[in-house]
Design a protein around this ligand. Structure first.
Ligand SMILES: CC(C)(COP(=O)(O)OP(=O)(O)OC[C@H]1O[C@@H](n2cnc3c(N)ncnc32)[C@H](O)[C@@H]1OP(=O)(O)O)[C@@H](O)C(=O)NCCC(=O)NCCS
Length: 157
């Protein structure tokens, strides 16, 4: 596990597409997001870590502070290569994010996901890692696809 470097941007985009977190058409958007992270995001507190195996990026987590809150964070992106899912890599990434935030005395970590069947395992993953389903917004992503908001208090751990 290490902080992401600029040369990871294309592999990260490839990984999140392969993990089905974003569609193929979103490649440009993800690469722009990473470029903006290296240009200004890091300076405003965003963080991105990667998990490597045999020199290849196989996992990523991106998190950022929520503006106008007292130490609340958003896990914007987490993905593990499909061939390596279900082996504990996602839990290790998430634990690393939480530890980093606890070390900085941060309070809450929020995660937005979908209520659709495609994300059944993802929601289960958050539940298994101690996140509570806190809210739903109906038809958020599109008609019939609700947003599910997960929450974890970092200070009680
Ligand atoms: C969600 C994700 C990051 C979890 O990482 P992971 O390394 O697969 O998860 P772990 O091995 O640490 O944890 C396994 C648990 O997570 C859940 N899980 C989620 N996705 C899974 C998958 N593809 N295969 C197996 N288990 C999965 C299961 O509940 C499993 O525990 P169980 O088998 O005892 O029920 C990863 O599966 C992934 O990249 N999914 C696709 C992208 C995505 O949904 N990202 C989040 C968007 S909000």
């Amino acid at each position: 596990m290490r902080p992401a470097a600029p040369s990871d941007s294309a592999p990260i985009a490839q990984l999140v597409i392969e993990a089905d977190m974003f569609p193929q058409e979103a490649r440009g958007f993800i690469e722009e997001m990473m470029a903006s992270y290296f240009a200004t995001g890091q300076a405003s507190g965003h963080a991105c870590i990667v998990d490597e195996r045999d020199g290849r990026v196989v996992g990523v987590a991106y998190y950022q502070p929520k503006t106008a809150t007292d130490r609340v964070w958003d896990l914007t992106m987490i993905a593990v290569h499909p061939a390596l899912q279900g082996q504990g890599r996602g839990a290790t990434l998430l634990a690393q994010v939480e530890q980093d935030l606890r070390d900085q005395d941060q309070r809450l970590l929020l995660i937005e996901t979908s209520a659709s069947a495609q994300y059944d395992l993802t929601r289960r993953f958050y539940g298994k890692n101690g996140y509570d389903e806190e809210a739903r917004i109906r038809d958020y992503w599109e008609d019939g696809d609700d947003l599910v908001l997960f929450r974890k208090a970092l200070k009680t751990q």
